[in-house]
Ligand binder design. Structure first.
Ligand code: BGC
Length: 823
């Protein structure tokens, strides 16, 4: 899409009171951790605004496009019908430099004669409350609209309507709509027919023309958010303390639609919860300021009144309903799930139902957090923490089409990158967190999180084979590494400086998150929240240097792909960083800080060259010492099982995957999770619910292992041209299957155990080549359609003594092989 050349529309602003401004202050940092929570008085919130115009059309319209965007989030209507199905448009971007304009085909909605063009605008990210301090006016303090309707008439002439001073506005029946505080509809204020022509708007004031920027406008990049599922209320329950609660059966991010009947003025409220507490009552696990998460409907007294909240969203399974005398009927309520992701591109199933639940929980978590930006969670913060996205990048790309979504986000990241190369911890940034980072951390960037600038484009290249994304991102990747190089140099101690072997460390003197939420480093505050500072301090020592090395290596690889000259320099740098790592952090073959996470990361990124297996062996020992329990945080969990399996400990990887002990993935599943939790034990063993999110993708990074190792599907070259099919078989499963829609088509693998043999069926679409690797002592033990593979025409077979590799052109194959002995 390009914007029309003759752009006539001006920014308009409804007559309104500006947003009540709430800025970050260090006191807010204290207040946000207090219970009961503090929230703004609802009377200070501002209403949704309606904007309208009518116009005549004299002839049939052959083409009509509406271009629109807002300061706030908007919905548009032509003659009473919604245009398009976008939700929460315009998506959240660094609005000051990048504001997207949506283009919609509205030709079918325009009629000869009189027409009405109407909009609703709500606070959204622009002036509403965001982040855990609940700051407002992060981009501006007034709602605004910019729209142009372009029509081509039957005789070839054009008619254009652009926002200007003839538009009129009035407050909507939504007396406020704030992401965090919720939305209230006073149905008594509904102005019937205001989106239709013929509505009498003479009492509505005309709007003001605002001198706002046009140079930040861009066509839509990536997918808009839409309603991706409608869930019926499964049951209505009465909790022990007498609350009436709607149960939608699973966690989701979205909003509520319903039908109510009652006397005029009845005020029915809806509050959103992810779980019930040990006493069976609703438990509010969201601890932050202005997080009231409460919607309400004030009835007008008409017979049945339908309502649907429009501009607020919540992460929830349960909805507590109050203020309505009659007991609600489940059929009257629907939860609408919102997401920027469409249908999944990956499927996974296996013989262990618990793992299938885990897979579904990951899927729903990604769906529920990839909403406009990759949110950390849809409750406490709802912001695009860079580290979290980088950690689930592979899993998300196996499960959903992420290309457009991540391209948009990387665009935002490049916009937000600082002149010195620093990449903020959240993308997009906003005033509230900018002030917080400055006051609290004296920096906006940290290791592991900022490295998303390097990691995400690289993983996208691996998944989609698209060099353009690397090309576009390369300067930003380089600038991040340059920034790190200076930070690293400045981090050295006096002693380090005396020793050239330590010259390439990145000391963790300044703020770093470390292996966030590693169980042994975690402490809880009395209000049920974790103490981030303690966790970061305890786990951060080795991590900056590891991230530095990883990013330098990726830059070397990316430079090579792009045929650039810098490859050798980056390789040297990466090698030098590893040498410094060994000099500073390795003693007698062991890491100086023997946390599981450190071993995982040191092995994953080859920090001690030639010693990977030894590191993994020590990691296995440490896991055994904890009673075969993991002790990894957000960061290292993403690599844990892969490192174990690749290092010859696949059995232990399965033990961790299948464990139900706390901490583990299946602990959550067994406790009834329907999405992935922020902490391994967001609900603790005694049933105590902590004030952490129960919809947080980071620990779902294990999805990658389900596809890559359990089902055995891994890309062996960028874009899945070459595919490695290597299921890791284990006696705890009797079958597994996975599929993934690549740019070439769907690739799938399915294995089934039959006593001592395994049958593996694979599908390789045209344009791909597969290498199947199966454990067997010799090729004669592997058969294809009853014939030893070595004798099958068109296949080449390599035997390395432990595994047999069979190279296959596109097609469908069914192999049989011995099932490996118990590990
Ligand atoms: C967020 C995380 C984020 C972290 C920074 C948390 O409050 O929810 O997901 O990455 O802060 O460590």
């Amino acid at each position: 899409m390009t914007l029309p050349d003759h752009w006539i529309a001006s920014w308009i602003e409804p007559e309104q009171e500006p947003t009540f401004v709430e800025r970050y202050s260090p006191e807010r940092d204290e207040i946000r951790l207090r219970w009961p929570k503090t929230a703004i008085d609802r009377a200070l919130l501002r209403p949704v605004q309606c904007v309208r115009i009518e116009f005549e059309v004299a002839q049939p319209v052959v083409r009509a496009r509406l271009f629109a965007t807002a300061h706030g989030v908007y919905k548009a209507f032509v003659n009473g019908s919604r245009t398009g199905n976008d939700e929460l448009a315009p998506d959240w971007t660094p609005y000051r430099s990048l504001l997207m304009v949506q283009e919609t085909d509205v030709q079918p909605l325009i009629q000869i004669g009189r027409n009405a063009l109407a909009f609703m605008i709500a606070d959204g990210w622009w002036c509403g409350r965001i982040g855990m301090h609940g700051t407002s006016a992060n981009f501006g303090d007034r709602l605004g609209l910019l729209a142009q309707l372009e029509m081509e008439l039957a005789d070839g002439s054009r008619q254009t309507i652009g926002t200007g001073d003839t538009f009129r506005s009035a407050p909507a029946e939504m007396v406020h709509a704030d992401f965090l505080m919720g939305e209230t509809h006073d149905l008594r204020l509904r102005q019937k027919g205001w989106t239709l022509s013929g509505f009498d708007d003479r009492r509505w004031p005309t709007v003001c023309i605002a001198s706002q920027a046009l140079d930040n406008l861009s066509p839509q990049i990536g997918p808009s958010a839409t309603i991706v599922a409608e869930l019926r209320c499964e049951r209505v329950l009465q909790t022990p303390n007498g609350d009436t609660v709607l149960d939608f059966g699973r966690n989701l991010t979205g909003r509520l639609r319903g039908v109510l009947q009652g006397t005029r003025g009845t005020d029915v409220s809806f509050e959103y919860f992810q779980s019930l507490g040990p006493d069976g009552n609703c438990f509010d696990n969201v601890l932050a300021m202005n997080q009231a998460g409460r919607d309400a409907v004030i009835l007008s007294g008409d017979s049945k009144e339908a309502f649907e909240f429009q501009f607020a969203f919540h992460g929830f399974r349960y909805v507590r309903m109050a203020g309505h005398r009659a007991r609600p009927r489940a059929e009257a309520f629907t939860a609408l799930a919102l997401s920027s992701l469409q249908d999944p591109v990956g499927e996974f199933a296996c013989s262990d139902e618990r793992l299938n639940r885990l897979h579904s929980n990951i899927q729903w978590t990604l769906r529920s957090t990839m909403l406009s930006v990759p949110m950390d969670n849809p409750d406490r913060e709802r912001v695009g923490w860079t580290g979290d996205m980088a950690l689930v990048a592979r899993t998300s790309m196996l499960m959903f089409d992420m290309q457009g979504f991540l391209e948009r986000w990387l665009n935002c990241l490049r916009e937000e990158q600082q002149p010195d190369g620093a990449v903020p911890m959240v993308i997009p940034m906003f005033d509230g967190y900018r002030d917080w980072f400055e006051a609290r951390f004296q920096t906006c960037a940290t290791s592991g999180w900022g490295d998303a600038a390097v990691v995400v484009p690289w993983l996208m290249y691996e998944a989609y084979g698209d060099k353009d994304i690397l090309e576009r991102s390369f300067p930003s990747m380089q600038r991040w590494l340059e920034y790190v190089r200076l930070q690293a140099a400045a981090s050295l101690t006096e002693e380090d400086r005396q020793n050239p072997a330590l010259a390439h460390l990145w000391r963790a003197g300044s703020f770093h998150f470390g292996d966030w939420l590693a169980p042994s480093a975690r402490t809880l505050t009395p209000t049920g929240m974790y103490d981030g500072r303690h966790m970061a301090l305890a786990t951060k020592e080795l991590l900056p240097t590891i991230w530095y090395a990883r990013s330098a290596s990726i830059l070397a690889d990316a430079a090579a792909v792009l045929g650039r000259g810098e490859t050798a320099d980056y390789r040297c740098l990466a090698a030098a960083i590893r040498e410094s790592f060994c000099a500073a952090f390795v003693r007698n073959g062991r890491l100086v800080d023997e946390r599981q996470g450190n071993y995982v990361l040191a092995a994953a990124f080859d920090m001690v060259p030639g010693q990977r297996d030894a590191l993994v062996a020590r990691l296995a020992e440490l896991i055994h010492q904890r009673g075969d329990r993991l002790d990894t945080g957000f960061v290292s969990t993403a690599f844990l099982l892969q490192v174990l399996a690749d290092g010859g400990h696949a059995g232990l990887a399965y033990s961790l995957l299948c464990s139900e002990q706390d901490p583990s993935w299946l602990y959550q599943v067994e406790r009834g999770a329907t999405t992935v939790w922020e902490m391994w034990d967001s609900i603790q063993q005694d049933g105590n619910v902590t004030r952490t999110s129960q919809i947080q993708p980071a620990l779902g990074s294990v999805g990658e292992w389900l596809y890559g190792y359990v089902a055995g599907l891994r890309p062996a070259s960028p874009g899945w041209d070459d595919i490695r099919i290597e299921p890791v078989l284990d006696e705890r499963l009797s079958w597994a299957r996975g599929s993934h829609r690549t740019r070439h088509g769907v690739v799938s693998a399915e294995w089934q155990r039959h006593e001592d043999t395994v049958r593996l069926r694979i599908e390789l679409p045209d344009g791909t080549r597969g290498t199947v690797r199966l454990e067997a002592n010799g090729p004669e033990l592997i058969h294809l359609g009853g014939m030893p593979v070595a004798e099958c025409p068109g296949l080449s077979v390599v035997n390395d003594g432990r595994c047999v590799a069979v190279m296959c052109p596109p097609g469908t194959y069914v192999f049989t092989a011995p099932f490996p002995a118990a590990r």
